[in-house]
Design a protein. Structure first.
Length: 274
């Protein structure tokens, strides 16, 4: 009985700060400041600007949100406490039956993370991968679908057609009037002629075109996650920069001074009527 009471008390403690928030900005900031977040992830806040980014994408504590390919859970650490009391979070991770060892390890690590803290008790784990037939969330249920730094991976495996199909999956999950939020490493327009697909960067105009072909309307773009120091021509692609630092100690100080990549931040809308 004592164990049960302790678990309930801990869960209440983890969730209570967001219940006290009286406006959306405060709620987002409390989620970013939540005690369950890892120190290594907090260190990335200065590059990823989570409060401004989620506000731009219209995420509130009452939203139904689908986080696509959450990886190790950087944004999950913020979204889970934000949505725990009044919202819903679908985490569309790699398929459980994947034959990829990387997919299996990544999903297993995420599942372990969810099980380790009661703040994740209401996260609903679904599946996503290119050509995956399972729904990322019930059709027409989501207020917001979010994807962070994923477009370059999907395009490499499926090209234009594959990307349009993926965007259509997002379109299906969203309510009419719902938001698709996209953050991605931005390829400068003058570098389109090179072998950019191996760089990890993605052309903004192409991202917009493919989303529009899936039915979305580009409503707004923001420089929240822009980084003018990033020239996007590094020897190891975008992974030369932190947090990966692919070249390890070689020119490490130089790349740390640049910071994380220059990123497009795009807000698309599913039209109220088609």
């Amino acid at each position: 009985m004592k164990t049960i009471k302790l678990a309930v008390a801990l869960s209440a403690l983890l969730l209570s700060p967001l219940v006290l928030a009286d406006n959306n900005t405060e709620a987002l900031q409390l989620a970013v400041d939540h005690p369950s977040r890892s120190a290594a992830n907090i260190e990335r806040d200065k590059y990823r600007n989570p409060v401004a980014t989620l506000q731009f994408f219209e995420v509130t504590p009452h939203s139904t949100v689908v986080e696509i390919a959450p990886g190790g859970g950087w944004y999950t650490e913020i979204l889970a406490p934000l949505l725990a009391a009044h919202g819903t979070l679908y985490a569309a991770h790699f398929p459980a039956n994947s034959s990829s060892d990387y997919y299996k390890r990544s999903r297993a690590g995420f599942v372990e993370k969810l099980a380790a803290n009661p703040v994740y008790n209401r996260v609903q784990l679904t599946e996503f991968a290119p050509d995956n037939s399972k729904a990322i969330a019930p059709a027409g249920s989501a207020d917001v679908v979010l994807t962070f730094r994923n477009l370059h991976n999907w395009y490499g495996s499926g090209g234009d057609a594959g990307m349009i199909a993926i965007f259509k999956d997002f379109y299906t999950a969203l309510k009419p009037g719902g938001v698709l939020g996209v953050v991605e490493h931005r390829l400068p327009a003058d570098k389109m002629a090179g072998d950019w697909q191996k760089s990890g960067y993605f052309p903004q105009a192409l991202a917009v075109s493919l989303a529009e072909q899936a039915g979305f309307v580009l409503e707004a773009q923001s420089d929240i996650n822009a980084n003018p120091k990033d020239s996007a021509d590094h020897p190891g692609g975008v992974w030369t920069l932190p947090p990966v630092l692919r070249l390890k100690e070689q020119d490490k100080d130089k790349y740390l001074a640049i910071g994380e990549s220059d990123r497009m931040t795009l807000k698309f809308r599913k039209p109220l009527t088609k």
